[in-house]
Design a protein. Structure first.
Length: 229
């Protein structure tokens, strides 16, 4: 596929809306995406077929239902980076109260595909760096102290992380609301998975926004010194 053909996949507003919706890391049905993009189911299906053929989305079928998700973490990184670049210009005013509420919640805490973003994600990243659990010397990496800390919290990294063909152990990801980096990669995914599984954070509705629970506030303060308003 040429660069022009690839760019054309994301140039359509409906396809762009579908891809950004899938940044929540979950699989959506075609009907859900049609409602989100405010198009007819047949129109959404046509766009989904193009995105699947272009390698941006992967399809799963369960009975009569068709689910789609972003094809790989690399695709999620690309979409998030493009979003950050697009949002770097003058801010656009929310169209209504519902959109303003959603944007405010996402700015506080959200998922960026499968890792933490927003003020929460940046605060956790800052804490990991400040405590020497992650280092920027010679490129981002988890330190020995960091691996001991992960083991103490029973947070495991995938066995192939960092190996050829595997996912980077840790990488920086530009946060489009904070204009600063948060941490992604296998480490970011493992931390987000632990936060959700252990109810440190919980999803708000069906979107990307997260809410830090009272237990989560306590754990983040005790483990990383993170204080969130």
């Amino acid at each position: 596929m040429t660069l022009a053909a690839f760019a054309a996949l994301l140039a359509d507003p409906t396809r762009a809306a579908i891809c950004t919706a899938l940044l929540d890391g979950r699989a959506w049905t075609a009907g859900e995406l049609a409602r989100h993009a405010r198009v007819a189911p047949s129109t959404a299906s046509e766009h989904l077929s193009r995105l699947i053929a272009g390698g941006l989305l992967a399809e799963e079928r369960q009975g009569r239902h068709r689910y789609v998700r972003l094809a790989t973490p690399a695709v999620a990184t690309l979409i998030e980076d493009l979003t950050a670049f697009a949002e770097s210009g003058p801010a656009t005013a929310p169209r209504n109260l519902g959109e303003a509420t959603r944007l405010s919640a996402e700015a506080r805490a959200r998922t960026c595909y499968d890792h933490l973003a927003g003020r929460l994600g940046v605060a956790v990243s800052d804490a990991l760096l400040a405590r020497g659990l992650v280092t920027e010397e010679g490129g981002l990496a988890v330190t020995g102290l960091g691996r001991d800390w992960l083991a103490a919290q029973a947070i495991e990294l995938p066995p192939r992380a960092g190996r050829r063909g595997g996912r980077p152990v840790v990488r920086s990801c530009l946060d489009w609301t904070e204009r600063r980096n948060h941490l992604g990669g296998a480490l970011g995914a493992a931390l987000c998975r632990a936060a959700l599984d252990r109810a440190w954070v919980e999803r708000i509705g069906s979107g990307r926004a997260l809410r830090v629970t009272p237990d989560g506030s306590r754990v983040l303060r005790e483990l990383l010194g993170v204080e969130l308003p």
